[in-house]
Design a protein around this ligand. Structure first.
Ligand code: GLA
Length: 396
């Protein structure tokens, strides 16, 4: 990987490899706890070994040049540190640009730009957070090269704010947190209200964690995402007339039953029902995983999918077909959509015995129903965002 990036730096900018620094940020998969990070709930994601690499060499002027090996047709995108504004034509580079802008908003400025090459091996639009991965790799890089010394949690918040304010997607904090704070072979149980968190070892025994990509791009996901957020806000505002709560996920299911009639819009009521139940499922699921009760964990994954499909309405034909194909298999003990939904990936717990055959059957059942070919990856849970190499002058 290092050589590939150094070669690309040479090709794009003529660099000889001296003083080039390399950074990495993973993608993430959420095991359970979907669409509740922005409702003050618990989520249970983990960082993946796939992610985004960034090679950087500082410049003496204030120009920033960015090239992505994933978007070769876009060529090199250039901007100045004096002009950190969203530009449609800057396309993917708005993500790193937004991150640098958020540093400036915190008073963390620099007048020295850089040349950079990005390369990501997360499938784009698959709901494995390729955008948050780009945000965090940029945040860690900018923090390191300028010696700003911000803690990782601050960079996580910078990434989220870049997405909210610069890109215009009102995402919660789960993706950036999982990517910044991830640990090898650990899931993170995160309270999105307080940002208290705990690592849980992922011990799956005879089972494998399999990510399946519907290969249906997430299309209209961003506008639907913002729509779900406002439906939850509406439900919360209605409940607050009856009960003093700060977030939907402050309610237990029993409390929700008592106050739900305050929500006159039936759609908003359904959305709130999902949020409350999903939060309870997530806490329980983390507990069961800790006790080694994988069957119980898998059942909660299944219930999460049903709730996202029926009450939250963020699944879709393809995600449902892929989950249902998995549910038909005896060796699958849990399957659900993961991430924002409307396309992207499912996450599955599958017995290792006959794993390839199981995957093949799921794939062909899915293809029969949708005409699409799914892709499957055995998830490897790797570390969070970091600098991976520092190639100093004279070393090459
Ligand atoms: C996207 C958002 C996250 C979270 C998930 C759904 O990935 O970026 O903040 O809301 O959707 O759980």
């Amino acid at each position: 990987m290092e050589q590939k990036l150094l070669d690309a730096m040479k090709k794009a900018y003529g660099h000889d490899g001296s003083n080039v620094r390399l950074f990495f940020a993973p993608g993430r998969v959420n095991l359970i706890g979907e669409h509740i990070d922005y409702n003050g709930g618990y989520v249970f994601p983990c960082s993946l070994s796939i992610g985004t690499y960034m090679a950087v060499k500082r410049r003496t002027d204030n120009v920033v040049n960015m090239t992505s090996l994933n978007f070769p047709d876009e060529g090199t995108i250039q901007f100045s540190l004096d002009e950190l504004v969203y530009k449609k034509e800057d396309d993917w580079a708005n993500y790193p640009k937004g991150v640098i802008k958020e540093f400036v908003n915190l008073g963390k400025t620099s007048d020295q730009g850089f040349d950079a090459v990005f390369f990501g091996n997360i499938p784009n639009g698959a709901g494995l957070s390729s955008s948050a991965s780009v945000e965090l790799v940029t945040a860690v890089m900018w923090n390191e090269v300028n010696g700003f010394d911000l803690p990782m949690v601050e960079m996580v918040k910078i990434g989220q704010r870049a997405e909210n304010d610069f890109i215009g997607v009102s995402c919660g904090i789960m993706d950036q947190f999982a990517i910044g704070m991830g640990r090898e072979n650990k899931a993170i149980l995160l309270d999105c209200n307080t940002l208290d968190y705990a690592y849980s070892p992922i011990e799956l025994g005879d089972y494998a964690l399999v990510i399946a990509n519907t290969n249906k791009r997430r299309g209209l996901a961003d506008s639907k995402y913002n729509e779900r957020r406002s439906e939850c806000d509406e439900a919360l505002a209605s409940i607050q007339k009856k009960k003093d709560v700060a977030f939907l996920c402050d309610l237990t299911s029993a409390e929700f039953e008592e106050v739900k009639d305050a929500i006159s819009n039936p759609v908003a009521q359904q959305r709130a029902k999902h949020a409350v139940a999903e939060n309870e499922r997530t806490k329980k699921a983390a507990e069961l995983l800790g006790e080694g009760d994988l069957l119980g964990f898998g059942q909660l994954m299944n219930a999460s999918h049903v709730s996202l499909r029926d009450d939250y309405a963020v699944s879709g034909k393809e995600l449902d077909a892929l989950v249902e194909a998995a549910w038909k298999e005896e060796s699958v003990i849990g399957a659900r959509m993961t991430g924002a939904g409307f396309g992207g990936c499912t996450v599955n717990l599958i017995h290792k015995e006959g794993l390839n055959e199981t995957i093949e059957r799921i794939g062909s059942d899915y293809e029969n129903h949708t005409g699409l070919k799914a892709e499957f990856y055995i998830a490897e849970v790797g570390p969070g965002a970091k600098e991976i190499t520092s190639v100093k002058e004279g070393e090459r």
